[in-house]
Design a protein around this ligand. Structure first.
Ligand SMILES: Cc1cc2nc3c(=O)[nH]c(=O)nc-3n(C[C@H](O)[C@H](O)[C@H](O)COP(=O)(O)OP(=O)(O)OC[C@H]3O[C@@H](n4cnc5c(N)ncnc54)[C@H](O)[C@@H]3O)c2cc1C
Length: 466
């Protein structure tokens, strides 16, 4: 088949749960390709020699090579090919913003067709690896001990790579369950917890130890970790889990949550289940403020918790929404409404509960530092939205605990840890960092890439000590 014919092959749509069945609970919406679909989609790849898709991947997965292996029905080898640079394909295949990364650069897409479904194919082989996984064999111990703080994608990847090299790794995690945002933030209707738990179990099988309920900087200090506990190097993967607020009147009213708290209550503490005690407000007229994945996740959860209407209020237009396109489409299908170019200016309360939100209309002006058009308030455009539950999802920042947990560590003005870009070592020798804790785009795949890069640097650091 020549390239022209390949481009005419039909794109394989991801099978999805019908809208009518979605709102009963956190069932995954995307159902995954069948083998037949995966083979058909793999045929659409042109196997470009210069592979622009690889340049679009933050961890340089050899995309044409793994798709070729799918065509040959060598699914395990396809998964292992991805695992050369990305430890968790079943996770990335579900949550990476492929439309802005590999698929954005796909030549088929650039020729006016639907780009090859690289993410869907990645998920297919990731799930195949999980279904056919075997207990990994442990490496010969080196005698070196490394501490990993935080068990999000960055910490887990770093821990796994170090364990494969034979180092003794302990992860210190503040929460009672490891997985970071993948467990407490991203809902199960996008990323089932069992997928994350499977990957964590494979690390435990490799010999990684996990110390739950351990807040570094509170429960245990860095001096203890590096002193009496005997860890020679440390990787910091604490993420950026502190919420940002709007700082407007009425923000302390009952019924206003940060997205962090709302999602943690629902996802991690299972507030949606009747047999759980976790308290959560179930609003009827819910408003979620923001425009990213977190916003859309919170809005879709509110619907599943029984809201009559859910409205996303975003100060820019739809084109600037940072959320994944697929998630926005799913939200629209499920009935979520949008108020674009709208900024809340004040919350209205009654007897201490939120009952409304005063807003102002915005228009787009000159680009700001992010390169996106700056939203500018329009004169005399105030209006009110009635609401009995508000979720604020306007981004997060690094925890103020970081300089307490790691005394003397250098931070930039936004609180991110400054690292050497080559090694990811911080200003404190032997302490490395990655993921949302360091400056840069905040995605699962980038966290994983940082974890892998830091593991290599830590390995070199430990060998240097030998
Ligand atoms: C709701 C939501 C949806 C998202 N959707 C997507 C998506 O679709 N695609 C995508 O690519 N990205 C998405 N992201 C962003 C992505 O999840 C993050 O970029 C990524 O998880 C960062 O990984 P990390 O390892 O740096 O930190 P995290 O995942 O934040 O994990 C950090 C861990 O460190 C622990 N910790 C913190 N402080 C301490 C301490 N002092 N001691 C011990 N442990 C500590 C925390 O409890 C946590 O478990 C989403 C984020 C959120 C919140």
């Amino acid at each position: 088949m020549d390239n022209k014919e390949r481009m005419q092959l039909p794109y394989q749509e991801m099978p999805e749960l019908p809208v009518t069945q979605r709102l009963a609970g956190p069932v995954e919406v995307n159902r995954g390709y069948s083998e037949q679909q995966a083979l058909a989609e793999a045929e659409r790849c042109l196997q470009c020699k210069n592979a622009p898709c690889v340049a679009g991947c933050p961890v340089d997965i050899d995309i044409p090579a793994f798709i070729k292996l799918i065509r040959e029905k060598r699914y395990t080898q396809a998964g292992l090919k991805i695992k050369e640079t990305n430890s968790f394909p079943a996770i990335c295949g579900r949550v990476c913003p492929q439309e802005q990364q590999c698929q954005e650069k796909c030549v088929v897409g650039r020729a006016g067709h639907e780009p090859v479904g690289i993410g869907h194919l990645e998920r297919f082989v990731g799930d195949h690896l999980i279904a056919h996984s075997q207990k990994p064999s442990r490496a010969k111990p080196t005698g070196h001990k490394v501490a990993v703080v935080g068990s999000g994608p960055a910490g887990l990847t770093c821990a796994g790579e170090l364990a494969k090299l034979g180092h003794q790794v302990t992860i210190f995690e503040a929460l009672h369950e490891p997985g970071g945002v993948m467990i407490y933030g991203i809902p199960e209707f996008r990323l089932p917890n069992d997928i994350v738990r499977h990957e964590i179990k494979s690390l435990v099988d490799l010999g990684v130890q996990i110390s739950h309920d351990t807040v570094v900087g509170r429960t245990v200090t860095m001096d203890e970790i590096r002193g009496e506990m005997g860890f020679e190097a440390v990787f910091l993967g604490l993420g950026a889990g502190s919420p940002r607020f709007l700082n407007i009147d009425g923000e302390n009213l009952r019924g206003i949550y940060s997205a962090n708290e709302y999602l943690t209550r629902v996802n991690l503490l299972q507030a949606y289940r009747d047999d759980y005690d976790t308290p959560i407000r179930r609003g009827q007229y819910v408003t979620v403020i923001g425009g990213g994945n977190v916003t859309v996740d919170a809005a879709r959860w509110a619907l599943r918790l029984g809201a009559q209407t859910v409205t996303i209020v975003y100060r820019r237009s739809r084109q600037q929404m940072p959320a994944r396109i697929e998630e926005v489409r799913h939200a629209e299908e499920e009935g979520i409404q949008f108020q674009f170019l709208t900024q809340p200016i004040k919350f209205i309360g009654e007897d201490g509960d939120v009952v409304g939100m005063e807003c102002i209309r915005m228009e787009l002006g000159e680009p700001d530092a992010s390169g996106r058009p700056r939203p500018v308030p329009m004169a005399d455009s105030e209006f009110t939205i009635d609401t009995d539950l508000v979720v604020i999802a306007i981004g997060a920042r690094v925890s103020p605990l970081v300089p307490i947990a790691v005394p003397g560590i250098e931070l930039d003005e936004s609180g991110h840890v400054i690292v050497n870009p080559e090694t990811l070592e911080s200003s404190v020798p032997g302490i490395f960092a990655g993921g949302d804790l360091i400056p840069g785009e905040e995605t699962v795949v980038r966290g994983m890439g940082n974890g892998r890069q830091a593991a290599q640097s830590i390995h070199q650091y430990l060998i240097g000590r030998d």
